[in-house]
Design a protein around this ligand. Structure first.
Ligand code: CAA
Length: 476
């Protein structure tokens, strides 16, 4: 690659309204049972989960998830993240040549979220984006990564002529009420500024494509156009994520070796300082990273040491129970725990409170990592971050990027953790309000928190010429 291209800055938005599944702090060594737990304890889906608060908080790994308020949708959330990106970086909106929105929860079947968002931004900032190309990218949770890649290639080609690209991930994850997967919902948006000579992260790709790609027609997770909740085969989705993840990262490792990014014979997991993976829920971060480390460490002295600690060899006879037991013990091994805590864990923390934000989840994870490191004062300059982005259906993209010298100034403006810390009791939803907001689907409903300094869905058209059209405005 001749030009240095990558992510210059990121901005997040999460709804102020949220559902508390389990309070983080235990009382007398036990999780307190919320209204949600009391209600779902009786649902058949949770029959075999034992103590429900522990299942949710420790087994799946979530405490809360964001729920869009009555005036919010994937456009208002995307516009909020985009507005913060513009404000933080003093951007002139006419310098933005492409806005690609990764979303699997668009508000319209024809008009992209991207132009609804650009319209709201133009009206708010008062400038013009007339020569900007606004398009939505759909591939489940991988849409924003495709957006990022295409923007990176556009800038690398020189055709951007100095203009910026903006990738926005915005999604609302909803499953039917009282299902097992209900606890893995969430909502939020991340906006990313893609530029030449970025201050935050530069893609590493030599003369190759930015990512390694694996795609396979799969039916692990989908949402028919008539439904507002997704259909998922939990086990198939986890299996499909893990198998494509291993394949794409192995391919990336080979590519990185041939490009001289890592030395011949080197392992990718040894050559990245941090690892970020698509994150539908905390535990999936453990499943995916352990699958990767296990794959790469097999045949090394580290693997032998882990097997010694586990007490039996890795099963090879297709015994699923034994395999699961080995995997669990692998995750509990000293060597894995150390690598996990050094390279993965800080990226998983925010997701315990955002829930699954689908296509933005890996980038929220990046922000979680950068903000946690900033709080600890870690110097990340020059560190290599490995990314693995999964979209059900299915597509996996792997790439690496290096932290740039000016990263501190960029990270100092990030506030994903602050937004989560500042959510207060006003935003904590009752079970009734949560279920009402969940069932509203695409319509507008009463707000729980009066909108202030934010984009809102003002109304939905109902005449013959604007039936279903969505009108947005900024509330001062
Ligand atoms: N206390 C503590 N832990 C408990 C427990 C209790 N009372 N009861 C069970 N557990 C533990 C289990 O032992 C297990 O942990 P280990 O794996 O370490 O043993 C953990 O809780 C989870 O147990 P489940 O059997 O419920 O796990 P699961 O693998 O079936 O996951 C699910 C359940 C999260 C609901 C999942 O099935 C699902 O449907 N998720 C939604 C789809 C999804 O996110 N898929 C991920 C891949 S696809 C993707 O990533 C795209 C996307 O965003 C949707």
């Amino acid at each position: 690659m001749n030009k240095v291209v990558g992510i210059d800055a990121l901005a997040a938005y999460v709804p102020k309204t949220f559902l508390e599944l389990v309070p983080e702090k235990k009382v007398d060594g036990k999780y307190v049972e919320t209204e949600f737990c009391k209600s779902r304890r009786l649902a058949p889906a949770f029959e075999k989960c034992g103590d429900l608060p522990s299942y949710i908080a420790d087994g799946v790994g979530v405490y809360q998830f964001g729920v869009p308020d009555g005036h919010e949708d994937s456009v208002t959330m995307g516009a909020m993240a985009f507005k913060k990106l513009i404000d933080d970086n003093d951007l002139n909106i006419s310098d933005i040549g492409r806005v690609f929105v990764g979303t699997e929860t668009p508000v319209d079947n024809s008009k992209p979220n991207a132009i609804y968002i650009n319209g709201a931004i133009e009206r708010h900032f008062g400038g013009s984006m007339r020569n900007c190309t606004p398009v939505d990218m759909k591939f489940a949770c991988a849409g924003a990564t495709v957006a990022l890649e295409l923007l990176g290639e556009w800038i690398e080609s020189g055709k951007s002529k100095g203009r910026y690209g903006v990738a926005i991930a915005t999604d609302i994850s909803t499953y039917p009420l009282r299902t097992r997967e209900e606890v893995t919902q969430g909502a939020g948006a991340i906006a990313m500024l893609v530029s030449e000579n970025p201050r935050l992260l530069a893609f590493e790709n030599g003369s190759e494509e930015i990512t390694s790609t694996v795609s396979k027609d799969e039916k692990d997770f989908f949402r028919p156009v008539t439904q507002h909740t997704a259909v998922v085969d939990g086990q198939l989705s986890i299996g499909s994520y893990l198998s494509t993840c291993k394949e794409a990262l192995l391919d990336y490792r080979n590519k990185a070796v041939s490009q001289g990014i890592i030395a011949a014979g080197g392992l990718l997991t040894d050559n990245v300082d941090r690892l970020l993976l698509h994150l539908p829920f905390y535990k999936m971060g453990e499943y995916a990273s352990s699958a990767l480390f296990k794959n790469e460490w097999r045949g090394t002295s580290r693997f032998d040491e882990i097997v010694k600690e586990i007490g039996f060899p890795e099963p090879k006879n297709g015994d699923k129970v034994k395999e699961k037991d080995f995997e669990k013990k692998f995750r509990e091994s000293k060597i894995f725990k150390e690598a996990f805590s050094q390279k993965v864990e800080s990226g998983l923390l925010a997701s315990r409170r955002t829930g699954n934000i689908y296509t933005g989840s890996i980038y929220a994870s990046l922000m979680s990592m950068l903000e946690n490191d900033a709080r600890k004062g870690t110097d990340l300059n020059g560190k290599r971050f490995g990314f693995g982005s999964y979209g059900s259906g299915s597509l996996f993209k792997a790439f690496t990027a290096r932290i740039q010298p000016e990263f501190k100034e960029v990270v100092s403006k990030m506030d994903l953790l602050k937004q989560l810390d500042e959510r207060n009791s006003k935003g904590s939803l009752s079970l009734d309000d949560y279920e009402r907001l969940h069932e509203k689907g695409m319509v507008k409903s009463d707000s729980i928190i009066e909108p202030h300094q934010e984009f809102v869905l003002d109304r939905i058209g109902n005449t013959s010429l604007d039936s279903g059209y969505r009108y947005y405005r900024f509330v001062d």
